[in-house]
Each structure stands twice: as structure tokens, then as C-alpha cells.
Write a protein that binds this ligand. Structure first.
Ligand code: FAD
Ligand code: AMP
Length: 475
């Protein structure tokens, strides 16, 4: 069977499914091949993000946050209760319902847009042909298209020191499935995923130790934000051990013994469960026939130019499998842009305006560059900060912690980066993304009216603070 399309997309994560929908909207005959299955073994669109990433993790983060508030913060509002406990089965059932609703929603969108959804593993055979393979590796179909978009996403990195056994030692997927709260939990890697998943189980009562090989905490974030985050996470009970490289896992009578070295001293810690969260790698194994002509770098990333074009002109690649941050919205933007280009239009993705969010409590969010990156690049900058504690809304919410820090060019005042830690900053950051997209100055934000009392007043005041004229704090 040889089916002909204008576009074939391999992978139905946020990079691939968004690309497929946009292609279909633009009148292109589109097929999308994906091999993800749900725990029942049924095809499930939406990729890592909807099935085992962004969405289930946020569902559990929200449940655990509600529980934590009930136990630690509701009494501040005068709310009294007795005998509260977390029903982990019900929490997991809620998460599954959300995932099923959203993944089913992608199937509906595919149908509504006339996209052919093909379940199986896609392999690029030549510049115009893709084989579909079943689980046993048998070719079940060959499809052809004028343009092909590769969006295979990524999978967790494994380390030989701590092989995944799916029971005691798990990856991020396993950590979303615990059926009870581990008494002691080890997390290897203090990156975004390690911090989020460590937070979930810590809020539900686990004693959590996070072992991180690097000496610096959250080196990707602004240093002042990272310092405040470390302070607050430690206060919440996360035991963050920096400069600690795990070398071996041993099974003990009561759990797992993690061997690690800190400052050249060998140490051990015993835990019930271990989450490996040491990063993700592109899922490009088997994606390309040996003579497909598409270039892959030494780490398995598909090589692309700034327009997501691979070494073959009509083959494109987007999302986690190409350079840049492994974030769902970055892949989706690339997917939409590629669809526009295939349809003959123009598109542009400003990689400097990709927001980052860490959904811990407090949340951390930023856009643009950090003060350190700018200084290293020799840029002269002005900065302005404003604490949420000085906003009425954060106080009324009992969430008066964290701050907004704005960085602008010293001579032109153009916004170069905005960094925040505090309540709902995952939402607040988007105002700053828009400002940066429009090449705004800090003065533009300073002259924009922000509703009172809202958390966004901290963004307004940080903009005023760049020019040392914040109102509700001494400059
Ligand atoms: P994916 O979502 O990985 O989708 C790729 C799809 O292609 C998968 O379904 C895969 O099975 C399929 N596939 C792969 N190869 C083939 C093939 N050859 N043939 C057919 N199908 C194939 N990002 C955020 O922005 N915000 C968050 O809050 C966030 N939280 C996360 C939490 C966790 C626990 C994890 C693990 C990740 C999180 N991420 C988050 C990252 C986010 O999930 C990824 O950046 C995003 O899913 C990447 O999208 P993608 O389309 O490139 O690939
Ligand atoms: P990220 O790539 O943001 O998910 O972060 C993964 C983190 O895991 C990085 O900060 C790594 O330094 C850390 N890491 C990798 N290998 C180990 C190891 N063997 N022991 C402890 N931390 C590790």
C-alpha cells in the first residue's frame, strides 16, 4: 500500500500534533504517525507532554499542593479540619481522567481537521517515503509525501550507576505512577523534572533527598532566583545535596542504598524509592534509514537550521529532538512555523522569547537572558526588583514570598530578561514574553496600567524599579 500525502508528521507530541493541525488548516493533506500507547496498550496521542510529562505532572503537583496547603496553610485563614488524609488512588484516578480527556481531545481534533492518524513506528526511508512498523518491527504500510516533519521527541536518560527496575528505581514516568507515598525518596538530579517530582511526593509526606552532581543549584536560572528557590525548598523539607554524584545503587533489606561521593568523601543514603531525573535525550533511534541523508549529531539530535530544515530540503524536524530547550511550547511554535513554511508562507520563532517555568512552590519562571549571561556577553544592564511581599494581593493570599527581577539594556532600556519566583509566576511571565516579543522597554511596562490589587503589580513595580522609581518600596 502506498498512500500519498502532502505532509507526513512522525510523532504526535506538542511539536508533531500542532504541526499536523496547522498543515491541515492550511489545506495540506496530512498524515501523522505515532507509536505512544496508554497503560492499557491503546494508542494515545499527545506525546510525552500529555501522556507522561507536562499534564500528568501538573495534575499531581496541583493535588499535592492542595493537600500541602490544607495541612500547613489553611489554618492561617481560620479554616479548621480534622482527620484529613490523601487518598493516593483517587489522586491517580483524577490524573488519569485528565490525561485521557486531553489525549482523546487530540484524536477528535485530528478527525475534525481531516488528518489521517496512523498508529505505529515511523521510519524515514528516503526524502519522500516513510515506512510504518508494528511492535514486532514488521512494515505494515509505506506512505509518501512531498514534505516530512520529524517530531519524535525525547526519552529519559538512564545512568549505568542506577538502572531502572520500574519498581524501586524509576524514571519520570514511573514517578508519576507511585500507588503510595514512599517514606523516604531519593531523587537523582536537581533539574526541572527532579524538583517537580520531588516536590509532589515531599508535599504528600515523603522525606526527600535530592542528589545533584553539580556544585551550583539551578545554574540555568538567574542566580538570585536560584538562591531564593534553594532557601524555600530547603524550608519545605527537600534535602538538596549539591556536588553529590551517584555512583552505585544497592538493594538493601528495607529499600535501596544510594552510594554517592561529595567532596571526595564516599557516602550512602537509604531510601524506599529512587527517581532518576538526570535529563532527556532525543528519541531518534531507528527513526532514520541508514541512507536517509538526514544528519544527526553525536548526541542523537537531528541537525536543523534556524528554520527547522534538516540536511534534506523537504524534511523538517521540530521539538525535543532538535537543538534548544526541551519545552512543549517551543516544539509547538516550531511545528506551526514549519507548517507555514511548507505551505509557502513566512514564519519566525524568536528563540530568545521562549518562557521557562518550573512548577514548584513557589513557582519559578523567566524569559530572556540572566544577568550573568548578559554580563559575560559584555552587556551593560540596569536591573529592577520587586518583592511580592510588598503587594497587597500576595499578602491577602498568604503567598507573600519571592520577587520579580527585570533586566534592561543600560542605554536603550530594551528588555533583555525577566526572572521571577513566587505565586502564579507561570502566568505572570507571559506578559513579559509579550513585551519582549514587541521589543518593549522597561519604561513601556512601567507606563502600562496594571489592575489593583493583583500579583502583576509586582511586574509593574519591578519595571518602575529599573528606573529607581518603584512606589511601594524604597529605591
Ligand atoms: P514528545 O512529546 O516526546 O512526543 C513525541 C511522540 O512521538 C511520542 O508520542 C513518541 O512515542 C512518538 N514517537 C517517537 N518516535 C517515533 C517514531 N519513530 N514513530 C512514531 N512515533 C514516534 N515541558 C513544558 O513545556 N512544560 C512542562 O511543564 C513540562 N513538564 C514535563 C514533565 C515531565 C515529567 C516530562 C518528562 C517532561 C515535561 N516537559 C514539559 C517536556 C515536554 O514534555 C516536552 O518538551 C515535549 O513533550 C516535547 O514535545 P515533542 O513533540 O518534541 O515530543
Ligand atoms: P536536567 O537536564 O535539567 O533534567 O537536569 C539533570 C541534572 O542531573 C543535572 O543537573 C545533572 O548535573 C544531574 N546529574 C546527572 N548525572 C548525575 C549523577 N550520577 N548523580 C547526581 N546528579 C546527576
Amino acid at each position: 500500500m502506498l498512500d500519498n500525502y502532502d505532509v507526513i508528521v512522525i510523532g504526535a507530541g506538542p511539536g508533531g500534533y500542532v504541526a499536523a493541525i496547522r498543515c491541515a488548516q492550511l489545506g495540506l493533506k496530512t498524515a501523522c504517525i505515532d507509536n505512544q500507547v496508554n497503560p492499557q496498550g491503546e494508542p494515545s496521542l499527545g506525546g510525552t507532554c500529555l501522556n507522561v510529562g507536562c499534564i500528568p505532572s501538573k495534575a499531581l503537583l496541583d493535588s499535592s499542593e492542595q493537600f500541602y496547603r490544607l495541612m500547613h496553610q489553611f489554618s492561617l485563614h481560620g479554616i479548621r479540619y480534622e482527620n484529613a488524609f490523601m487518598d493516593v488512588d483517587a489522586m491517580q484516578e483524577r490524573k488519569r481522567g485528565i490525561v485521557n480527556g486531553l489525549t482523546g481531545g487530540i484524536s477528535q481534533l485530528f478527525k475534525a481537521n481531516g488528518i489521517t492518524s496512523v498508529h505505529g513506528f515511523g521510519r524515514l526511508m528516503s526524502r519522500n517515503a516513510v515506512n510504518v512498523l508494528d511492535r514486532s518491527g514488521q512494515v505494515t504500510a509505506t506512505l509518501s509525501a512531498r514534505d516530512i516533519i520529524l517530531a519524535p521527541g525525547s526519552v529519559p536518560v538512564e545512568i549505568p550507576a542506577a538502572p531502572i527496575d520500574r519498581e524501586f528505581v524509576v524514571d519520570s514516568t514511573g514517578a508519576l505512577e507511585f500507588s503510595r507515598v514512599p517514606r523516604r525518596l531519593g531523587v537523582i538530579g536537581a533539574g526541572v523534572i527532579g524538583l517537580e517530582l520531588g516536590s509532589v511526593w515531599n508535599r504528600l509526606g515523603s522525606e526527600v533527598v535530592i542528589l545533584e552532581a553539580l556544585d551550583e543549584f539551578l545554574s540555568i536560572a538567574d542566580h538570585e532566583v536560584a538562591r531564593e528557590a534553594k532557601r524555600r525548598f530547603t524550608r519545605q523539607g527537600l534535602d538538596i545535596q549539591l556536588g553529590s554524584r551517584v555512583s552505585k545503587v544497592e538493594y538493601g533489606a528495607e529499600g535501596v542504598i544510594l552510594h554517592y561521593a561529595r567532596k571526595d568523601v564516599s557516602r550512602t543514603v537509604e531510601v524506599d524509592r529512587v527517581i532518576i531525573a538526570v535529563g532527556r535525550r532525543p528519541a531518534t533511534e531507528g527513526l532514520l534509514a541508514a541512507d536517509s541523508g538526514v544528519m544527526v549529531d553525536g548526541s542523537g539530535f537531528v541537525e536543523v537550521d534556524e528554520n527547522c530544515r534538516t540536511s534534506i530540503r523537504n524534511v523538517w524536524a521540530v521539538g525535543d529532538a532538535v537543538r534548544g530547550p526541551m519545552l512543549a511550547h517551543k516544539g509547538s511554535e516550531e511545528g506551526m512555523a514549519v507548517a507555514e513554511r511548507i505551505a509557502g508562507g513566512k514564519a519566525h520563532v524568536d528563540f530568545n522569547c521562549v518562557p521557562w517555568v518550573i512548577y514548584t512552590s513557589p513557582e519559578i519562571a523567566w524569559v530572556g537572558r540572566t544577568e550573568r549571561q548578559l554580563k559575560e556577553a559584555g552587556r551593560e544592564v540596569s536591573t529592577g526588583s520587586f518583592p511580592f511581599a510588598a503587594t497587597g494581593r500576595a499578602r491577602a493570599m498568604e503567598e507573600a514570598y519571592g520577587f520579580v527581577k527585570m533586566i534592561a539594556d543600560k542605554s536603550t532600556d530594551r528588555l533583555l530578561g525577566v526572572h521571577m519566583i513566587g505565586p502564579h509566576v507561570s502566568e505572570l511571565v507571559n506578559e513579559c514574553v509579550l513585551a519582549m516579543e514587541f521589543q518593549a522597554s522597561s519604561e513601556d511596562l512601567a507606563r502600562t496600567i496594571h489592575a489593583h490589587p493583583t500579583l502583576s503589580e509586582a511586574v509593574h513595580e519591578a519595571a518602575l524599579a529599573v528606573d529607581k522609581r518603584a512606589i511601594h518600596r524604597a529605591n
